[in-house]
Design a protein around this ligand. Structure first.
Ligand SMILES: NC(=O)c1ccc[n+]([C@@H]2O[C@H](COP(=O)([O-])OP(=O)(O)OC[C@H]3O[C@@H](n4cnc5c(N)ncnc54)[C@H](OP(=O)(O)O)[C@@H]3O)[C@@H](O)[C@H]2O)c1
Length: 296
């Protein structure tokens, strides 16, 4: 297997990059990680046998050496401002290094030029930039919410008040585990034949309303947990307040997720989950929310 550069491997939200590193190493892959700083997380990646180089996706100068001898890249960026600059710097570095690595991009269903969320529009534009640069790009617009959103966005209120409050409404939402989203990227790197179009929309493993999510958590923790639908404005205020004391949630994410949730409440989930289709792509059974809840 040729050298693969993995970005975003120190993530604390979906954590897809770390999973990609672990799986590629299990398959005997030659993995280099681009990280912004050294930490216990980079030490853990080194312990898996990955090479860690320091750099920043928004600094082209640091990406050029990271791309040396690299043939494939896993590109991910958090739900935060700056993805267009990250993609443009990455594209410029790839062109400068002359390697034109095949690049698998972690993306989301809301990556669309007409989406109400600025982060959704930015993600789409970032992907356009990578394609305009002439790179060989495979974009995974995962059309489901990560299980990991539940502890990230609601962990505190579940612990302190036994409640999940948001503006998704009462209807079902498509869900996928972060590890399964990462496994899509692993499959795209190791089995490109499973992906027929340069931009694809992998679907979730199951659909659950937030009432059902609350019921699973109540069973898991052995105490009442309920779902309380609130307005987008109220949830946005709560998430911005959370971002002041939490290092996963940021104000841009607060705006993005409330915008996505409001759209789901008004129009329903845009794509249905399809467990069998996801299993076929990742080559194993997807993780259920009930299984994920056992890890909390
Ligand atoms: N959450 C969902 O429901 C959902 C659903 C579908 C798709 N997605 C997609 O998943 C992607 C996010 O993946 P994830 O959850 O695995 O990410 P994550 O856990 O939030 O990790 C983000 C990573 O990016 C790194 N990073 C941030 N800024 C950087 C920069 N300037 N240069 C280099 N690295 C930088 C972070 O490093 P530090 O440790 O230094 O901060 C971290 O390692 C997004 O594209 C999103 O659209 C999410």
């Amino acid at each position: 297997m040729n050298k693969i550069l993995v970005t975003g491997a120190t993530g604390r939200h979906g954590g897809t990059g770390a999973h990609v590193v672990r799986r590629l190493r299990e398959e005997g892959g030659d993995v280099r990680v681009l990280a912004r700083s050294r930490s216990g997380r980079t030490e853990a990646l080194e312990a898996l046998g990955a090479e860690v180089v320091l750099g920043d996706l928004r600094d082209r100068r640091s990406i050029v050496p990271a791309l040396r001898d690299v043939e494939q890249v896993y590109f991910t960026y958090p739900i935060d401002a700056g993805v267009i600059a990250a993609a443009a710097n990455f594209a410029a570095a790839a062109r400068e290094s002359g390697t034109a690595p095949r690049t698998v991009v972690m993306s989301m269903g809301p990556a669309h030029p007409g989406h109400p969320s600025p982060r959704g529009r930015d993600q789409w534009l970032a992907e356009e930039v990578l394609q305009w640069a002439g790179l060989d790009v495979l974009v995974l617009r995962v059309a489901a919410a990560f299980h990991e959103n539940v502890p990230a966005l609601h962990g505190r209120s579940v612990r302190e008040e036994g409640v999940i409050r948001n503006c998704f409404g009462d209807g079902p939402v498509a869900w996928i585990n972060g590890a399964d989203a990462a496994e899509l990227a692993v499959a795209a790197l190791l089995h490109p034949d499973r992906f027929t179009a340069p931009v694809c929309y992998p679907v979730g493993a199951e659909e659950l309303s937030h009432h059902e999510i609350a019921a699973v958590l109540a069973e898991r923790f052995g105490r009442p947990v309920r779902f309380e639908p609130v307005s987008a404005e109220r949830w946005h205020r709560e998430l911005v307040a959370l971002s002041e004391v939490d290092d996963v949630v940021n104000p841009d994410m607060a705006g993005h997720i409330t915008s996505v949730a409001r759209r789901v409440a008004e129009h329903g989930s845009t794509m249905a989950a399809d467990r069998a289709a996801l299993a076929l792509l990742i080559g194993r059974e997807p993780v259920t929310f009930r299984e994920f809840a056992q890890t909390l």
